[in-house]
Design a protein around this ligand. Structure first.
Ligand code: GLN
Length: 303
């Protein structure tokens, strides 16, 4: 079946190139609003280490919320299960930047992938270090996972995120008021905005995802791999997580830059990028492309 992958990827690329309804790129910062929605890239790394790609596979894009997966791996490395006293493991059913539940739930965010939860995770990952040191650790982790040193932070994106991040500041201050932020909001958010501004190509991202498909060498324990995948399945697409699980049947984490990292446990790490987003802020064609790929290959964690 895997011999068919190059042809399937090419078919998906051609089908996506013909689409006119491509969703809308994020417009909350100029750097993302200016991106051409006509772009599309898809890459698959298999368990045997081989990689197949199609489309715009060498153009770096802003990974945004996909960075939350790597940050979670680092925070769990520092704190282990103590982290779960500060952030939950339930889908929120609300937008990624929603403030609604936080007051009811006393400053404990529902899960590590909505913004509030990711800010707590980054706050924990800082672990008493300066943001610069944490970002160095994060980049080292991602570069090791990808097997590629050429992964960087886009400083303009980080600056724009900071200038426009009023909702994130509101979330951080609210959690600080509830004693669920150990660093000053400016510090935790400085680290968070820079991690969101990391850029990668689909080729790099698919390789970086190998640590979540159970590939060796293991960067984190098999137990943590399972748990992060479970959270990606239930919470990785915010209020679109149920629909993604229904359509694709694999754990995935999206970013507002139009990227999605998808894991077929034991089989493959998949990255897709198409900048136009659907109503939940997840890549519209990216979702359709991985849905097609998973269906064609019969890849689903549900059998
Ligand atoms: N930087 C974005 C934010 O914090 C990330 C959101 C996303 O990718 N969904 O709002």
């Amino acid at each position: 079946m895997t011999e068919a992958i190059p042809a399937i990827l090419e078919e998906i690329r051609a089908e996506m190139a013909a689409r006119t309804d491509r969703g809308t790129p994020a417009d909350y910062i100029p750097e993302l609003a200016a991106i051409d929605p006509g772009q599309f890239g898809l890459s698959v790394v298999l368990a045997d280490g081989s990689q197949h790609s199609a489309g715009d596979t060498a153009i770096p894009f802003s990974i945004q919320s996909i960075s939350k997966v790597f940050a979670l791996a680092i925070a769990l490395g520092h704190h282990g299960d103590r982290l779960w006293a500060r952030v939950g493991r339930e889908p929120s059913g609300l937008a990624f930047n929603s403030i609604l539940q936080l007051e009811h739930e006393r400053g404990i965010p529902r899960n590590p992938f909505i913004n509030a939860g990711a800010i707590v995770v980054t706050d924990a990952a800082l672990a008493g270090h300066a943001p610069r040191e944490y970002l160095g650790e994060l980049l080292t982790f991602i570069r090791a996972a990808a097997g590629d040193e050429d992964v960087h932070i886009n400083a303009d994106v980080a600056r724009s995120e900071t200038e426009t991040g009023h909702r994130n500041f509101a979330l951080a201050h609210f959690m600080r008021a509830h004693g669920n932020l150990t660093n000053a909001p400016e510090l935790a958010l400085g680290a968070y905005f820079h991690q969101c501004a990391i850029e990668m190509t689909v080729d790099q991202l698919a390789r970086a995802g190998r640590f979540l498909m159970g590939a060796r060498p293991r960067l984190i324990s098999a137990d943590r791999v399972r748990r992060i995948n479970a959270l990606m399945l239930t919470c990785g697409h915010y209020d679109g997580s149920g629909d993604f699980a229904f359509r694709v049947g694999l754990p995935g984490k999206s970013g507002v830059g139009g990227g999605i990292l998808v894991i077929a446990p034991g089989r493959a790490s998949i990255a897709v990028w198409s900048p136009g987003l659907n109503e939940q802020g997840n890549s519209k064609l990216g979702t359709e492309a991985v849905e097609m790929l998973a269906r064609r290959l019969g890849w689903s964690i549900f059998g």
